[in-house]
Design a protein around this ligand. Structure first.
Ligand SMILES: CC(C)(COP(=O)(O)OP(=O)(O)OC[C@H]1O[C@@H](n2cnc3c(N)ncnc32)[C@H](O)[C@@H]1OP(=O)(O)O)[C@@H](O)C(=O)NCCC(=O)NCCS
Length: 193
């Protein structure tokens, strides 16, 4: 195992250089290898703003990054989406591509990444973070009091609006308590992340 460095950067998606995006892409390809998917393919997504077209100042889409030298060893994407609920529109903080380099795990890098990604929520600027996760990683999120979301999730902008736009086993929210979570269908109004 390698020692974890102490840096953390929050880089606006609009200012993410190609070199940094490819560096993030290399980590993503290592953690989630998929046939035919290259670091450059992943970099393209990292350089795409997947948040709302306009957001309040300070809530612009970003990549949160931890490096060791030139190498990205930890990453999380955070961006704001306005979703539809039965109680009206709700701004959520989307969390995606959370991963740490296998050689650096268990050193609180994952915790530092998600805590930074949830800062908008902790500061009360956005009520919840909403994201998908696997069965294994869910235990990581349990540590932070995250809760499973049982609502039906749809994307009214796609061909089959009843299909859940997320692919992973679990949809999770942060925080899990202390704020009222809406019941009923949630419309992501865009692709899953
Ligand atoms: C999940 C992941 C980001 C955790 O990164 P990490 O740097 O090892 O996490 P941390 O060291 O900050 O761990 C914080 C706490 O979570 C626990 N934890 C970390 N990963 C865990 C897992 N997969 N299952 C259960 N607990 C886990 C740690 O033991 C630690 O617990 P503690 O507070 O009791 O000591 C990393 O394992 C990873 O990249 N996994 C593959 C990609 C993935 O599944 N990402 C999440 C997609 S939503």
């Amino acid at each position: 195992m390698s020692d974890a460095p102490n840096n953390l950067e929050s880089i606006l998606t609009s200012e993410l250089s190609r070199a940094d995006a490819v560096s993030i892409g290399r980590l993503l390809v290592r953690v989630w290898p998929k046939p035919g998917v290259t670091p450059e393919d992943r970099a393209d997504i990292m350089q795409t703003d997947r948040g709302d077209a306009t957001v309040p100042a300070g809530l612009e889409s970003r990549s949160i990054v931890i490096r060791d030298g030139d190498k990205v060893i930890g990453h999380a994407s955070a961006f704001v989406r306005t979703v539809g609920t039965t109680a009206g529109d709700m701004m959520i903080s989307a969390l995606g591509s959370v991963c740490t380099d296998p050689d650096y795990r268990g050193q609180r890098l994952g915790e530092r990444l998600v805590r930074e990604a949830w800062r908008w929520v902790d500061e009360g600027r956005v009520p919840f973070s909403l994201f998908q996760t696997s069965q294994r990683a869910k235990q990581f999120y349990d540590k932070f009091g995250c809760l499973l979301v049982e609502n039906q999730i749809i994307d009214s902008t796609c061909d089959d609006p009843t299909r859940c736009p997320f692919k992973d086993d679990h949809i999770v929210r942060y925080p899990g308590s202390g704020r009222e979570w809406p019941s009923g269908t949630i419309d992501l109004r865009g692709r899953g992340y």
